[in-house]
Design a binder for this molecule. Structure first.
Ligand code: ZN
Length: 327
């Protein structure tokens, strides 16, 4: 089940509010989901049995009239085939087991910050639905992202946290590059987001997101790149440093926000490995995604919509990056 397969609303996109569009799209998806319940149920049960995972997965078709909105996903449609293998990343212990990094002081080094999605994506569904090459596969250019039940957009959240993060990192003497800010009406596509980090020769890249799964699913998780090889994707050299980066960010995020690791995936570690995200597969630099919380859970949403909490979130991510870089 793919969120972006929903037919566009009949009204002109520019004539209605983002919130209204959101609910229209969700309704369309609900109808589509209902029509596909039998087949999707079988696929979903199989996927859940294999992966036990969250973010980008298709929703439980029978039990979720409001599908996992982030449906949507980080960077494209859910991959329900065997290739989608979100995995608990607990092999070397929990996030708090991050090893002290060996490296030069962070000042002068480059961090690329990738604010997930773009508020304009809702008005440019044709453009963001266009598939791009992620090396191992083809996926949609970008997705709309999710919202809270009251309509606060993930793309607004990610930009706000990213700006707070930039201020904190620059105060440490780091050079910060954004993948986008106010410069474009939609996107960038996931392949371009990766390319910006690569071309900046970033010492660390973090993609900021919030999840969109059902009420009761709470907490943060950091997504680490799996080792993949195919086309332009080859993550062999970034798997290990990305893990160290992710562990640093996860443990610091937990400390500054008081949040717990996600209770719906990752086996309680707050770490998940994914092989289906173009933004990770195409990266040649150490890179992780962070899902700061679940926008569709009322308790998490109360935090995500709170500016003081977002400052704590940015602080935790910044401390993790600086720690990774040896500061
Ligand atoms: Zn997202």
């Amino acid at each position: 089940m793919r969120y972006d397969d929903s037919p566009p609303p009949p009204e002109s996109a520019s004539s209605i509010s983002p919130d209204r569009r959101w609910f229209m799209r969700r309704s369309a998806l609900t109808i589509a989901a209902a029509s596909l319940v039998p087949a999707a149920l079988a696929a979903w049960v199989l996927t859940q049995a294999l992966t036990g995972s969250g973010h980008d997965r298709p929703p439980p078709p029978a039990a979720a009239p409001l599908p996992a909105s982030h449906a949507t996903g980080l960077d494209g449609k859910p991959n329900t085939a065997a290739g989608a293998t979100p995995t608990a990343a607990g092999r070397s212990g929990t996030a708090s087991s991050a090893q002290p990094p060996a490296g030069s002081p962070p000042a002068g080094r480059t961090v690329v910050v990738d604010p997930g999605h773009n508020t304009g994506n809702f008005d440019h569904t044709a453009e963001i639905d266009r598939e791009v090459d992620i090396g191992t596969n083809r996926k949609e250019c970008d997705t709309t992202g999710t919202t809270t039940n009251s309509g606060y957009m993930e793309a607004d959240f990610t930009m706000d946290v990213s700006r707070r993060l930039r201020t904190l990192l620059e105060a440490k003497g780091l050079k910060v590059v954004f993948t986008h800010e106010t410069d474009r009406a939609w996107g960038p596509c996931i392949d371009e987001r990766a390319r910006i980090g690569n071309e900046a020769k970033a010492d660390a890249v973090v993609s900021v997101h919030a999840d969109g799964v059902s009420e009761g699913n709470r907490g943060y998780h950091v997504i680490l790149p799996a080792e993949v090889k195919g086309g332009k994707a080859d993550t062999a050299k970034i798997v290990e440093p990305s893990r160290r980066l992710g562990e640093r960010i996860a443990s610091n995020f937990a400390r500054t926000t008081g949040s717990s690791p996600a209770n719906y995936l990752g086996g309680g570690t707050g770490l998940v490995i994914r092989d289906d995200l173009g933004g990770l597969n195409l990266s040649t630099r150490p890179k992780v995604f962070i899902e700061c919380g679940n926008m569709r859970d009322s308790k998490d949403a109360a935090q995500l919509t709170n500016p003081q909490w977002r400052q704590k979130a940015a602080q935790g991510i910044a401390d993790g990056i600086v720690g990774f870089l040896g500061g």
